[in-house]
Design a protein around this ligand. Sequence first.
Ligand SMILES: [Zn+2]
Length: 516
Amino acid sequence: MPKFEPVIGLEIHVQLKTESKMFCSSPNQTENVPPNTNICEVCTGQPGSLPVPNQEAIEKAILAGLALNCKIPEYSKFDRKNYFYPDLPKGYQISQFDNPLCGAGHFTFPVGDLSPAGQAGGPLSSRGESKSVARSARTIRITRAHLEEDAGKLLHPAGASYSLVDLNRAGVPLLEIVTEPDFTSPAEARIFLQKLRTLARYLGVSDADMEKGHLRCDANISMRPAGDKKLPDYKVEIKNMNSFKAVEEALAFEIERQTEALLHKEPLKVETRGWSDNKRVTVSQRVKEGSDDYRYFPEPDLPVLHLTRELVDSLKRRMPELPQAKAERFLKEFSLPEKIIWQLVEDRALSEYFEGIVSELLEWCSVEGIVDQKIIADHIKEAANWCVGLFTELTNAHGLAASHTKITPENFAELMKMVIKGEVSKTAAKQVFTEMFETGEDPSNIVSARGLQQLSDHSSIEAAVDKVIAENPNVVGDYKSGKKQAMGFLVGKIMGATKGQANPQAVNDMLRKKLE
Ligand SMILES: [Zn+2]
């Protein structure tokens, strides 16, 4: 049976986060506002109104382009894309045709885990021994990225014989990113989108929330004989995918559908299909006869944009450390598992917060004269685990950014020291941490106020151990005659005698020594 491989390209619209819209001063806000309130004569296409380009949108678009390694040309211009739709009162969209703001580029991202979203493992899943984050990285070529304005929204009230138009979204700035057909699997496309979301958030150019429509993705896919270098002579465009999972599922569905057709020698058409989230299938929307003719021409109401060297250089200086670079630095500086590194790095605020804790821990180690790298690494690892564990759980539950909680990096570090020293048990530490999150109180104050100290000191544990041994001669006899499970009974008794405050490890060690 012949084998086929998919050829996949993406077209992504990123809604830019700006004060005002692309060509007018109406607020760029579409959520939680009544319909048709953030509008003006420009974005509703009134005769005689003139557009003015939004500098913030242009800068954010270039910033994103630079992060995608795109060439930024010296000159760029806007063009009219003509088509009629009821949510487009002007009868055309201001977009960019042949001189986009960002030219060809490329984006490299890790594909450690190519299994479907939410499942562990997979064919390329990371293996612990490797030391490079870029080890299983993929590079996707970016064709271009251009700036354009969004259209309004049509609402279709259930049962009504009419539709409603809301123009709050009309004129909102969009960055359209087009990739080359370089993706070879649905999972790769999904990971790319997830990394693009992280990137957009790092740059502060967009909230890039797919569910809210800040990040919209169309995909084109076709199949060719495995190993073939030629692009197939057809492609299918998929629309209406509102989540990363939907993108992956829709592409997987198309691979199956198109492979089936090819095996049965059925011709495949150039068509647009929509993803149905309920039925989990793609449905044909329209079959294309030739290409669309938008009759593009240069926007006569806007001058050509001159992108000076100074502007581009100043934007380069504004570029933060990008996720991939940060992940590689974390891997080099802290011996942490790659999975945890990415959990930290995906969230810029969390990664910066974590670095704050690390710097507190390092300072403390240097004050205490701790130079043993293993001990230092243990503290950092403990902090990382708590950051991606309970801390993230709590911040998510409260909808808070890491930088906005009541736990200072100093107090966080303090608790880590207490946990590693065994001054507080892991269970008690969770209770302390939750209280720190609620009150911002110092961990040592909470521990003493709640009586949560863990007994690690020799003498107080020894007294309890001796007492339990003296009170349970039969069990001790059982243990000595080979019943190893008797040990658990004795440990339980000792933990009870110390009201659960003894360090279980210390109890075990001491008991074993005494019974030998
Ligand atoms: Zn407006």
